[in-house]
Design a protein around this ligand. Sequence first.
Ligand SMILES: Nc1ncnc2c1ncn2[C@@H]1O[C@H](COP(=O)(O)OP(=O)(O)OP(=O)(O)O)[C@@H](O)[C@H]1O
Ligand SMILES: [Mg+2]
Length: 276
Amino acid sequence: MSMEMEMNKLEATAAQQAAGDVAIGANIDKIYYGDFLAVRDAAVDIEKGKITGFIGPSGCGKSTVLRSLNRMNDLIPIFRLEGHVHFLGQDVYGKNVDPVVVRRHIGMVFQQPNPFSMSIFENVAFGLRLNGFKGDISGRVEKALRRAALWNEVKDKLKQNGLSLSGGQQQRLCIARAIATEPTVLLMDEPCSALDPIATRQIEELMLQLKKDYTVAIVTHNMQQAIRVADKTAFFSVDMTQGGRTGFLVEVGDTKQVFENPKENLTKEYLSGEFS
Ligand SMILES: Nc1ncnc2c1ncn2[C@@H]1O[C@H](COP(=O)(O)OP(=O)(O)OP(=O)(O)O)[C@@H](O)[C@H]1O
Ligand SMILES: [Mg+2]
């Protein structure tokens, strides 16, 4: 089946309507890496037009869950998921679904800015060319760079290598690259952890702008960042009672509620540790 047909399938309107305000509905029972149970019981909805933050201690599975939402983890051969992930009502792990198409709808930005060693222009045009986009590439590149709040800084040097930019600029370039193909959802795994405070605040400002057009899910270690940008917060923890180290979702809710009035003791304990 062609990618375009798959895309049409993914955009099936009936399923979209059934999904309501939910862009991605994840009902993860278990995620294994080989025999290792990395995550269990993570049911979380990524709501349209909002920013959902994933927080929790190291190793609790934040990246694993995030990467399972657009099948990025398929690239790891020992990865195995039990459960379901739905994108606009369609099963992302369905039999005939092409993961490449899923990733076109659900884009991703990583912790380390990773521009390609090519011009700023070509970095942003990359996905468009890959998809055989026949329209106005320059127009789309400019639009993506404007939306990524980078245009004014690079408009006079579009031919310069993307790697010549500062870390914060490189991360905005990666965001421009991710949104150039107009995904519906943007997943970001600790997008600011390699950046200084000023570049971090720029990316946070940008996220708040982006949520007008995109749905965003972000992993962060920075509690203040979650409070500043996330509408919803999902708190994960690690269960060591069975001898292993298995991550699980403790609670998810409006950010204000989770931070000020958490339902679960585990959340209370974690947050009091973080803020003490
Ligand atoms: N490619 C992999 N192969 C095997 N095990 C993995 C792989 N990636 C992650 N894991 C394991 O899965 C568990 C969850 O890891 P994950 O990276 O999702 O945690 P995290 O919450 O993102 O942690 P951090 O905050 O340190 O980034 C960990 O025990 C980790 O060692
Ligand atoms: Mg991680």
